[in-house]
Design a protein around this ligand. Structure first.
Ligand code: AMP
Length: 282
């Protein structure tokens, strides 16, 4: 596996691969790889000739007071894991390379970004779309894989690509979970043993919701109330949102139908966790 840090070298590599008629799939990440990241990389290997994984802890998508400085990093270990997964290039630019002095441009998708995570993380999705747009120009992929754990990010990226007529095929990958149901996340490393136990209320509440819907529940407000109650009964947790939305438009649903998605953001101690599930029509 090649490690490339310079955007110019990355673009030259991509030009050469494209000239040779081979396809590139990009997996954008912030590193500290877990089995979820590795599953995305394997999926990328199934759909393209060459896999590029970007590793960039993007300052632009962190708000003031968020965890940019303490975000977990393990470059050596990440290199070994990506290499063992058949990745061709690990692209790890510096913040100065991505945002040189005088950088002034923001890519912003309106409508989908002001709700849900966008409410408590203003500016977050502008940071995501801006860096993904830049990565697409540097890596020149034919395809890119994103995880459904960050369902709002996936919807926003799909919208950006459609709105800008971008010739990149966006592939969503299902959520990868620990054996006990906790959605894998680099941020799980922040959790103490007691918090880790409490965090199971997220995936368990999704299971409860799927059971209710299978038993005929269609009223979104009633189900949201029940799920919020279930989560808060775990004691010291802080619910950011419990929402039932259309998976594509992110519009709030009154009635649960095909394509309805239940999404949660919950703070366990200082750690904000997200999770989601399709409720029907999966
Ligand atoms: P991150 O490094 O957290 O920015 O994540 C990089 C990519 O991996 C994003 O597309 C995430 O949605 C995806 N991802 C992170 N955790 C998971 C997971 N548990 N299952 C599936 N995809 C994931």
């Amino acid at each position: 596996m090649e490690i490339i840090c310079s955007p110019g070298v990355m673009a030259a590599w991509a030009d050469k691969v494209r000239r040779e008629g081979r396809t590139i799939c990009l997996v954008p990440t912030m590193g500290f790889f877990h089995a979820g990241h590795l599953a995305l990389m394997r999926r990328a290997g199934e759909v393209a000739d060459e896999v590029v994984v970007s590793l960039f802890v993007n300052p632009m998508q962190f708000g003031v007071g968020e965890d940019l400085a303490r975000y977990p990093r393990a470059f050596e270990r990440d290199t070994e894991l990506a290499g063992a997964t058949g990745v061709a290039v690990l692209f790890a630019p510096t913040p100065e390379d991505v945002y040189p002095e005088g950088f002034r441009t923001t890519v912003s998708v309106s409508g989908l970004t002001e709700t849900l995570c966008g409410l408590s993380r203003p500016g977050h999705f502008d940071g995501v779309t801006t860096v993904v747009a830049k990565l697409f120009h540097m890596v020149k992929p034919h395809l890119a894989v994103f995880g459904a754990k960050d369902f709002q990010q996936l919807a926003v990226i799909r919208k950006m690509v459609a709105d800008l007529n971008w010739d990149v095929n966006i592939i969503g990958h299902p959520i990868v979970r620990e054996k006990d149901g906790l959605a894998m996340s680099s941020r799980n490393t922040y959790l103490s043993a007691a918090e880790r136990e409490k965090a199971l209320c997220l995936s368990r509440s999704l299971q409860l919701a799927r059971e209710r819907v299978a038993a005929g529940e269609k009223d979104a407000a009633r189900l949201r109330g029940e799920i919020r109650q279930y989560i808060t009964s775990n004691g010291d947790v802080d619910v950011d949102y419990v929402a039932i939305v259309d998976a594509e438009t992110l519009a709030s649903c009154d009635e649960i139908s095909d394509g309805s998605l239940l999404a949660l953001a919950v703070k366990i101690g200082r750690t904000r966790l997200i999770d989601n599930t399709l409720l029907a029509g999966a």
